[in-house]
Design a protein around this ligand. Structure first.
Ligand code: SF4
Ligand code: SF4
Length: 481
C-alpha cells in the first residue's frame, strides 16, 4: 500500500553494508538484502534532508533526470520493500506460535552415559540442567519405536523428516541405533515418506563395521573434536584425566576414508586456552581431512575457568574474519570452503530467514531422552524442569506454548531494535538458561559479537552475489535449500 501524499518519508529499518565495493541494505523486518544503485541512493540522500512527502520525492527524482513514471515506480518499489516508510512506526504484535506446528526433526538421546569426562560438558559438568537420577541410562527398543511413531505422527504429513542420534556418547548404544534406522526406514517407506539420519559422536568407539553401516545407510556424522593434541586433550579427557586425541585421530581418518555417502563435520567447542581458530581449522580440515569444521564457544556461566571471556572472544572474532575472507576467495573461484560458521549464515541469508525463535527447539524440533521424556531439544533432555511431556503420554501443549511464548523474539525487548534479530532472535534457549536462569532471556552477553559477525557474513554474501552469483546457486543446490 502506498502512503498518503502528505505523509513524510523516512528510511526504513535496515543495516547498511558493503560487499565488493557495492552498497547493500539488510532490511531487518523482512530479513532481505537490497542492493543500492545510483537511483535508490539518491532517494535515500533526499530523505536525509527530512520532511519529504511522496510528491516531493517523485519531483526531486524527476529533477535528477528520471521520467515521472520511473520516479513514481522507484518510490513505490522502495516503499513496498520497506526501504523507505511513512506514517506512524508500526509495532508488530507478538504472534503466538501454532500449537500444532508440525515436527520435522527428532533428536534421540540413545543414552545419557558417556565414556569421556569432558570438563565443559553441559550434560555432566557444573552447569548441567539434567536430572537423570532414577531414570534409565539407555533407551530401550520400545521407547525408541514409540519415538519414531511420535515423529511420524507429529510431523503432520511432512514429506521428509529427520532423526538425529545423540548422547551421552551415541555409539554406546549402537545396537539400538541400528534397530531404529531399520524400523524408521520401514515405517516411513510404508507411509510414502522419506527419513534421513545423522549422529553426533566423540569418535572413540568407531569401528570399521560401524563406519560401513553409517556409510551404507547414508547417515550424516558430526564428530566433537577440539583440534590438534595439545588443544583437544586440554578438556576432552577420559575419567582418569588422559586425553582422548590418540584414540580418536586414527578412527576419524578411517571414518573420513570409509564413509562415502555424506560429508563429515567436526564440531569444535572453544574454551579458555582453546581459541586458536586458525590452527584448529587447519589441523581438522587439512591434516585430518574433515569436509566441514564449525566452531561454538562453550556454553557456561562466566565464572567457570574454561569460560572464554571478552578478550578471548574478540580474538576469536578476528580469526573468524580471516577465515571468512578465505571463504570469499574460494567462493569467487567457485570452490566450496569448509568453514561452516560462514556456510550456515550464508544459507540463512540466501533463504531470507526471518526467525521468530532462535532455533527449532520446541517447534519443528524436539529431543527425547532414554526415559521417553520429551524436551525442547537434546540439551534439555532428562531435565524435569524443562520436560514437555513423555512419548507415552504426548506433548504437554501448555508447557510447550509457555516455552515458545517466552522464547519468541518479540518478547525480548532488547532485540526489538537490533539489526541481527532475523538471524539471532535472542540466541540459544539453553545458553540463556545457563547464563540467566531463563530460557526466554536474550543472550545479551554476546550481542556486540553477534552483530559484528553478522556484518561480516553480510559483506561476504554481498561480495559473492555481486561477483559470482552462480556460486550461490550451486551452494543452494548442494545444501538442498
Ligand atoms: S540477543 Fe542481542 S544480538 Fe541477538 S537479536 Fe537480541 S539484541 Fe540482537
Ligand atoms: S536451544 Fe540451543 S542447543 Fe537447543 S537446538 Fe536451540 S540453539 Fe541448539
Amino acid at each position: 500500500m502506498i502512503a498518503a501524499e502528505t505523509s513524510t518519508f523516512r528510511p526504513g529499518e535496515f543495516h547498511e553494508f558493503e560487499g565488493a565495493g557495492k552498497r547493500f541494505l539488510y532490511l531487518v523486518p523482512a530479513g532481505a538484502i537490497f542492493e543500492v544503485d545510483e537511483d535508490t541512493s539518491s532517494v535515500l540522500a533526499e530523505l536525509s534532508k527530512g520532511g519529504v512527502t511522496r510528491e516531493d520525492l517523485v519531483g526531486r527524482m524527476a529533477a535528477r533526470g528520471l521520467s515521472f513514471e520511473a520516479a513514481s515506480e522507484l518510490v513505490d518499489e522502495m516503499t513496498m520493500s520497506r526501504v523507505i516508510v511513512s506514517g506512524e512506526p508500526v509495532h508488530e504484535a507478538l504472534q503466538e506460535p501454532p500449537a500444532d506446528f508440525p515436527l520435522q526433526s527428532l533428536v534421540m538421546n540413545l543414552t545419557n552415559q558417556c565414556n569421556l569426562s569432558c570438563t565443559y560438558c553441559y550434560e555432566f559438568g557444573e552447569d548441567k540442567v539434567a536430572t537423570p537420577e532414577g531414570k534409565p541410562k539407555f533407551m530401550d527398543l520400545t521407547t525408541a519405536m514409540a519415538s519414531v511413531d511420535f515423529l511420524l505422527t507429529q510431523s503432520n504429513g511432512r514429506q521428509a523428516v529427520h532423526i538425529t542420534f545423540f548422547g551421552g556418547e551415541t555409539l554406546m548404544n549402537f545396537p539400538l541405533l541400528k534397530e531404529v534406522v531399520s524400523y524408521a526406514t520401514e515405517r516411513a517407506t510404508q507411509e510414502g515418506r522419506s527419513i534421513d539420519f545423522s549422529l553426533t559422536t566423540n569418535a572413540t568407539l568407531l569401528t570399521p563395521a560401524i563406519i560401513q553401516f553409517l556409510s551404507d545407510n547414508n547417515i550424516g556424522v558430526t564428530v566433537s573434536m577440539d583440534g590438534p593434541p595439545d588443544l583437544h586433550d586440554k578438556l576432552r579427557v577420559f575419567a582418569n584425566g588422559r586425553g582422548s586425541y590418540d584414540i580418536i585421530a586414527p578412527r576419524v581418518k578411517a571414518l573420513i576414508a570409509g564413509h562415502r555417502t555424506r560429508p563429515i563435520t567436526a564440531r569444535v567447542t572453544l574454551t579458555s586456552g582453546v581459541t586458536d581458530v586458525m590452527r584448529i581449522y587447519r589441523h581438522l580440515k587439512d591434516d585430518l581431512g574433515f569436509h566441514e569444521v564449525g566452531f561454538a564457544p562453550v556454553t557456561t556461566s562466566p565464572d567457570r575457568l574454561y569460560s572464554i571471556g571478552e578478550v578471548g572472544m574478540h580474538g576469536v572474532l578476528g580469526q573468524f574474519n580471516v577465515l571468512a575472507q578465505e571463504y570469499l576467495e574460494y567462493a569467487l573461484r567457485g570452490e566450496m570452503h569448509g568453514f561452516s560458521n560462514v556456510s550456515d549464515t550464508i544459507a540463512e541469508l540466501y533463504q531470507g530467514v526471518n526467525k521468530s525463535h532462535p532455533c527449532g527447539a520446541g517447534l519443528g524440533l524436539m529431543g527425547v531422552g532414554p526415559s521417553g521424556d520429551i524436551a525442547p531439544c537434546h540439551r534439555f533432555v532428562d531435565s524435569d524442569e524443562h520436560a514437555l511431556g513423555n512419548i507415552a503420554t504426548g506433548v504437554d501443549r501448555e508447557k510447550q506454548q509457555a516455552f515458545l511464548s517466552k522464547g519468541h523474539v518479540n518478547a525480548k525487548y532488547e532485540c526489538h531494535t537490533c539489526f541481527a534479530r532475523p538471524l539471532c532472535a535472542g540466541g540459544c534457549h539453553h545458553e540463556a538458561f545457563v547464563r540467566y536462569g531463563d530460557t526466554g532471556h536474550p543472550n545479551l552477553h554476546y550481542c556486540d559479537w553477534i552483530r559484528e559477525w553478522t556484518d561480516t557474513c553480510l559483506q561476504i554474501f554481498g561480495a559473492i552475489s555481486a561477483q559470482n552469483p552462480g556460486f550461490l546457486e550451486t551452494f543452494a543446490q548442494r545444501k538442498g535449500l
